[in-house]
Structure formats: C-alpha cells, structure tokens
Design a protein around this ligand. Structure first.
Ligand code: ATP
Ligand code: MG
Length: 379
C-alpha cells in the first residue's frame, strides 16, 4: 500500500508555535525524508466557514497567510500538494454520503467538538449544524486522498477516530473501498498540545493566546515577558512549580543544547551556569531562580527558532502571485484525486447510474415484459 499523508489547517488566523511543534515540523521532516509517496496539505477554508459564516473575509485573508507560513517553515509545493478545500467540491459530496453513517449522539460525544463549543461560547441554540458535523467533513478530506497517515496535534485524535469508524462502517456496508488512516503525533510528548501563553490547555487561534510564527521580534518578546507562570512563585527565593508552567513547557518544546551553550556560558571561565533544562528546572523548583531570568532565556530560544522562518517569509512576501499559483495548481491536482475517490464511493454505494448497465438493462427488460404482458392480457 502507498504511504499517503494528509494534514491541514483552518485559515482562521496565522500559524503559531503550537502548529510548529504539533504538526509543521513533522510535516517538513516527512516531506524531506522522501519516504512517502504523496503529501497533501489542505487549507480547510470550507471547514473554517462552519464557525465563521458571518466573517468570510477573515477566512479569505488567512489563506495567503497560511500558505506563507507553510512555505516559510519548509513546506515545498513541488514536493507537497497544498490545496484549497473549497476548490475541491467532491469533498462535500463525500461528506454528504458519510453523514448517513454517523449518529447525532456520536457527534455530540466528540470531546474536541465539545471543548471547541465552549471556547467559542456557543449555546445549544446557536451551534451551527455545519460546525457540529465538521468531523464528518474531515473524514471526507482524509479518505478522498486515500491517506493512511495523518500528522496532527492530540486535539485531532477524536477526529481521526471518527474517520476510522466511518471507513469501517462504509467498507462493511458497501464493500472494501476506503483506506483506514492513523494519526501520527510528534515524538516529543510535550508537543502534542502546546498550551497558550495564558496557561490555558491549548494555544489556539480562536482563543488568541498565541505566539505567531510571523510575529515581530518585539511582539514575541512582549508576549514571552507577559507569560503566565506559577502564580504561587511570588518572590525569587520561593520554590516554583515547573509542571503546569507554560514557560517551562515551551522550553521543553524548543530549547536545545546549543541554547544552553550560547546563553548560559560564563565568558571568563567558559563554565555553563546551567548545562541543561533539568538543572534549570531543579533550581526553579528549589527556589532562587526568578521568572524574569527564565523568560529572558525563553525569549532568546524562541527568537532563534523563528529567525530563519521570518527570513524565508520576507523573501516569499515578494512573490505573492507565485504563492497563489502554487495553491491553484495544487488544488487542480487534488481535485483529480478526489474525483476518482468520489466515483469509487458512488459505485460502491450503487449511485453511479452512468455505468450501471445491469440496472438499466434490468429495467428495460422489466418494462418490455410489461409491454408484452399488456399485449397478451385478456380483460
Ligand atoms: P482554531 O482555533 O481555529 O481551531 P487551531 O489553533 O486549533 O485553530 P487548527 O487549524 O484547528 O488550529 O489546527 C491545525 C493543526 O495544528 C491540527 O493538527 C492541530 O492538532 C494542530 N495544533 C493546533 N494547535 C496546537 C497546539 N496548541 N499544540 C499542538 N498542536 C496544535
Ligand atoms: Mg482547531
């Protein structure tokens, strides 16, 4: 079986550090490994309309932002097919048929959807039906490209599970047709769900607790210095908690040995003040290490991470027509694949009339027979 990857993002804002460690880094690595037969990256603009029906301009504006973010992180449209969901209407057809394979109760149990309803402040009476059913449309996105590998953050696990259920139900009812995908999470567990700068469980565009890849150095510094830490660590000498402390979580996600070498080296002795994160954590936990000092270090680490991304973005910003061109070409390519899957799906269900000669012939026969019967019938 071919190894095919599908991933994507909603164009509801620019990409942030959570995307970088939760999914982008992994995509780039997979892309450059040459081990995968095809990589599809979807800009899920249609899905983004499910909770932004009154704000389509936001979705439209962010398509380019997302494409620039992808490419500045190393996604290469020559190696990965970047496409726009709304340019592939076959996905909506697939969604329509899959909707019949999922119950309302099953959708309502989806923990990520429940959490997102909370984040968005939806009341029972204000949840758009499209929003409620977006896990089904994600199943269409994944299966349309026969993807077996989906690199995601852990908030997406219920979506992949929903897709797997749809695939199994479909194949049981209509015969072996769809490929069952599996989610691939980042190796570093801390990257499965990066918290927000405010300490909330997830950095998310819709919450606005993000450090964006395209933030200026000044914006990054301001956000890092204002980050939530341990609220009980009031004085430098107080023992601090590193467990639910986003500053330390970000250090786990981003700091590398080279950062300790660069920022904790004593110029005169050549000694490292802290050799690694464990030493830094231990000092914070026993007391005597101030928030400002670790935040300053984190700022350096994040700036170092973002500097090459910013530089590539600045270059890409001079070539906007080419970026759009890549999106449209990618969309044409994606559409061809999705159309083949849709045909396969409709044939499996039995809704492909144009080549269903058995059906048409049997009906011709039936009506001919009727005609014969009428001719010979005695009243
Ligand atoms: P929205 O708030 O509009 O849903 P988002 O910030 O959740 O936006 P998505 O476009 O929904 O971003 O997610 C795209 C991908 O990035 C998914 O695979 C998701 O799991 C991953 N991702 C998003 N936020 C994080 C995070 N904080 N940590 C790790 N992975 C993340
Ligand atoms: Mg999301």
């Amino acid at each position: 079986m071919a190894d095919i990857i599908l991933t994507g993002d909603r164009p509801t804002g620019r990409l942030h550090l959570g995307h970088l460690v939760g999914s982008l880094n992994q995509r780039v690595e997979m892309q450059n490994s040459g081990k995968y037969d095809q990589i599809f990256i979807e800009i899920a603009d249609a899905q983004a309309t499910t909770d932004n029906a009154g704000n389509i301009q936001k979705v439209k504006n962010n398509i380019l932002e997302l494409a620039l973010d992808y490419m500045s992180c190393g996604i290469d449209p020559k190696k990965s097919t970047i496409f726009l969901q709304s340019e592939v209407p076959e996905l909506s057809d697939l969604t329509f048929y899959y909707m019949n394979l999922v119950t309302l109760a099953r959708l309502q149990r989806n923990p990520t959807v429940k959490q997102e309803i909370g984040y968005r402040g939806f009341k029972n009476s204000s949840i758009p039906v499209g929003f409620m059913t977006y896990p089904i449309s994600q199943a269409a996105d994944i299966t349309a490209f026969n993807a077996n590998i989906v690199p995601v953050g852990d908030d997406q696990l219920p979506m992949i599970e929903q897709t797997r259920e749809i695939v199994r139900t479909f194949n049981r009812l209509y015969g072996e047709t769809l490929v069952e995908p599996k989610a691939v999470l980042p190796e570093n567990k801390i990257c499965h769900r990066l918290p927000g700068t405010d300490g909330q469980a997830k950095m998310s565009k819709s919450i606005g607790n993000c450090i964006y890849l395209a933030d200026t150095p000044e914006e990054v510094e301001k956000k890092v210095m204002g980050m939530f830490t341990d609220p009980n660590h009031l004085r430098v000498q107080d023992p601090g908690n590193t467990k639910n402390n986003p500053v330390f979580i970000y250090l786990e996600a981003f700091s590398k040995p080279k950062h300790f070498e660069k920022y904790f080296k004593n110029e005169e002795t050549g000694e490292l003040e802290y050799k690694n994160l464990d030493e830094l954590k231990a000092h914070y936990e026993r007391g005597g290490l101030g928030d400002m000092k670790i935040k300053r270090f984190l700022n350096y680490v994040i700036q170092d991470t973002l500097t090459p991304i910013r530089a590539r973005r600045a270059e890409l910003e001079k070539h906007i027509p080419e970026v759009y061109q890549a999106l449209f070409e990618g969309s044409d390519k994606a559409r061809k694949v999705a159309a083949e899957t849709l045909l396969k799906v409709k044939r499996a269900i039995g809704l492909d009339y144009r080549s269903d000669y058995e059906l048409i012939n049997s009906q011709i026969e039936k009506y001919n027979q009727d005609l014969e019967e009428k001719k010979t019938r005695k009243y």
